[in-house]
Design a protein around this ligand. Structure first.
Ligand code: ADP
Ligand code: MG
Length: 623
């Protein structure tokens, strides 16, 4: 039953209202016009029609939904479903505005479980196109059809039809030329339409979906497992680079797939969010997701993720926006926390060390890796310079390494040891007692259990420093050193404003500043562990960056940004020669941090190559 009937079509309203109403007489708008205005909110382009009609088919319990499009949706949009159908008595109401079978009383609005509920879609579509519904509930012996041409609704008539519903929408916006003119080319409209359909298909793997354009099938999703269906949203190359998310309690669940950090990209195009089966956009969830990847991807990168959140309907208001893509949570902080913590836990529980994958997709060039390997072996055997290691001996290059063993032994020349016999393992290039060799003063190469690892010394050290700082901060403010003579730096009034806003935060980090009039600040204290750095330079850079990119950040994000900056600056650089004890100290700390594969800026710290990978590269195996 469709509830809340409103006045059906009023023939007076179909006309053109071109005559201006004189003066400021207030007039009730005729229903036809109201519907056309309402249509403006939800029906923007063919994709919106598809979204509304497919939502209806899903609500009707369909198991097969096909969408046929002609000319990008300008000529025809046809949705065929095998759902519950609309009885002949209800057909006239289907096109009436505010007529829905999905809400019965006020309270229902607060526990909406269906996709639709506003009872406006069909009325809106009928107002701006030539629409036809053909429907037969399974228990009705014949199908009936009803038409709506720009608001002019026909009587229901018997017609031939299968159980279920077919809705045809022809000549979209035929009576709203301004809109029709703004439709884009067929391929653009089809792109939007595919995206809309994909977003409806992802959370509904139990339903088969098919899309044809001008008779050609362009999307085909058979009934599938959730994981199979989700993967359809991503490029094939992601198929082995994701983790499964599955967190549930009695009321709430968060399931889906998250991409490995290396899949994160410049845009959010591989992110799909669903709330109670409904595609949504939500900045809290997006932010929680990004936070979960903090330190694992470069800042600003958007992780790939398909997140399906289920909350009790009364905890969310979906009636915020006509297209229902925006929602309001009763407790958005809780949702943010849930998303962030669950994803973080999955990420930290997995081995994220990017593997060099020589056996990737066949069409990927292998040259790169092979060249790098060849270079590695060549330089390891021939070009490494022992003098580099010697010069580092008395340079305290690795600060805050309390556990570094004293550099007693003269720096061993890693390469003077005669190569062991040509055994098939890597022992031949890694003399005993040497934890790793440094190449080009930038990379450390060490043996791992099943192969070898190549470590970016700066990235790893930065990562260790970052974790270390975070750890120390959890115990209290960072140890700070008062400067005998305050250091002054230039600062605009805007920068000073920023400084005063983040003063408590800086206090926790051991930085103390004070104003020096309109164009300068004084630094009174600076963190002890950053003693290698020039406080003036650091604070100037903080102010510059702060003005450009930190203004909108929350305190917590800001803290991480500044920690990133500190860790980056305090860490050894590429090009810094390290002595063997320093290398050893660095590697010893590698296992102390819970996630050593990425530096805070998100670049990998470590690349690992298994013997198997090597054997494949050297064609020792048949693969
Ligand atoms: P809403 O979905 O918000 O209820 P619509 O205008 O989209 O409003 O649809 C109006 C009513 O028409 C729905 O409540 C439903 O009863 C009926 N309806 C629409 N499409 C279908 C369909 N494919 N199968 C069965 N019933 C449908
Ligand atoms: Mg609907």
């Amino acid at each position: 039953m469709i509830g809340r009937p409103t006045a059906a079509f009023d023939s007076e309203s179909s006309g053109r209202y071109t005559a201006a109403v004189p003066g400021n007489v207030i007039q009730q708008l005729p229903p036809g016009l109201i519907n056309r205005i309402a249509a403006g909110e939800v029906i923007e382009r063919p994709a919106s029609v598809v979204k509304e009609l497919v939502e209806n088919a899903i609500d009707a319990g369909a198991t097969h939904i096909s969408v046929d499009i002609e000319d990008g949706g300008r000529a025809l949009i046809r949705i065929v479903d095998d759902g519950c159908g609309i009885s002949v008595d209800d057909l006239p109401l289907a096109f009436a505005s505010h007529a829905t079978s999905k809400l019965h009383c006020d309270d229902d609005l607060f526990r909406i479980a269906t996709m639709g509920f506003r009872g406006e879609a069909l009325a809106s579509i009928g107002a701006v196109a030539q629409a036809r519904i053909l429907s037969r509930p399974a228990d009705q012996s014949v199908a009936y059809e009803i038409k709506n041409e720009g608001g002019l609704i026909s009587d229901a008539q018997a017609a031939a039809g299968n159980a279920g519903t077919t809705i045809e929408v022809r000549n979209l916006f035929f009576n709203v030329p301004a809109r029709r003119k703004f439709l884009k080319g067929a391929s653009t409209e089809i792109g939007h339409l595919q995206d809309a359909l994909l977003r409806l298909a992802l959370p509904n793997p139990q339903i088969a979906f098919r899309l044809t354009h001008n008779g050609r099938t362009t999307m085909n999703f058979p009934v599938a497992t959730p994981q199979q269906r989700w993967l359809a949203a991503w490029p094939d190359a992601f198929a082995d680079a994701h983790l499964r998310l599955d967190v549930r309690d009695a009321e709430v669940s968060l399931t889906g797939l998250i991409g490995l950090p290396e899949l994160a990209g410049p845009t959010a195009k591989h992110q799909y969010l669903f709330l109670n089966g409904r595609p949504i956009r939500d900045r809290f969830i997006q932010h929680g997701l990004r936070e979960a990847y903090r330190g694992l991807t470069e800042p600003g990168r958007q992780p790939a993720a398909i997140l399906l959140l289920v909350l009790p309907p009364q905890d969310v208001d979906v009636n915020v926006h006509p297209t229902k893509t925006e929602v309001r949570f009763r407790d958005s902080q809780r949702v943010h926390g849930l998303v962030q913590a669950s994803i973080r836990e999955v990420l930290l529980g997995s081995d994220l060390t990017p593997r060099a994958q020589p056996h990737q997709a066949a069409d990927q060039p292998h040259v790169d890796l092979r060249t790098r390997l060849a270079e590695f072996f060549r330089s390891g055997a021939a070009s490494a310079s022992p003098s580099a290691a010697e010069t580092t001996h008395d340079q305290p290059l690795i600060p805050s390494f309390p556990s570094a063993p004293p550099a007693t032994t003269a720096p061993a020349n890693a390469f003077s040891a005669p190569p062991a016999s040509a055994a098939s393992t890597l022992h031949s290039v890694m003399p005993a007692g040497i934890p790793a060799i440094q190449l080009h003063n930038s990379y450390l190469v060490a043996e791992s259990e099943d192969g070898l690892v190549i470590i970016d010394q700066h990235a790893l050290h930065e990562r260790i420093m970052y974790e270390d700082l975070l750890n120390r901060l959890s115990r209290g403010p960072l140890e700070s050193q008062r400067l005998l003579i305050p250091i002054t730096v230039a600062a605009t009034p805007g920068q000073q404003e920023l400084l005063s806003q983040i003063e408590p935060l800086l206090g926790r980090l051991g930085i103390e500043t004070g104003s020096l009039g309109p164009d300068g600040v004084a630094i009174h204290a600076f963190p002890s562990f950053l003693q290698r750095l020039d406080p003036g330079e650091f604070v100037s850079e903080l102010l510059d960056r702060g003005e450009q990119e930190m203004l909108d950040l929350h305190q917590e994000e800001l803290l991480h940004e500044i920690l990133d900056m500190m860790a980056c600056k305090a860490a050894v650089k590429a090009g810094d020669p390290l002595s063997p004890p320093e290398i050893e100290a660095l590697l010893a700390r590698r296992h102390l941090i819970d996630r050593s594969s990425n530096c805070p800026h998100g670049r990998p710290t470590t690349l690992s190559l298994s013997l198997r990978d090597l054997e494949k590269q050297f064609k020792r195996t048949g693969f």
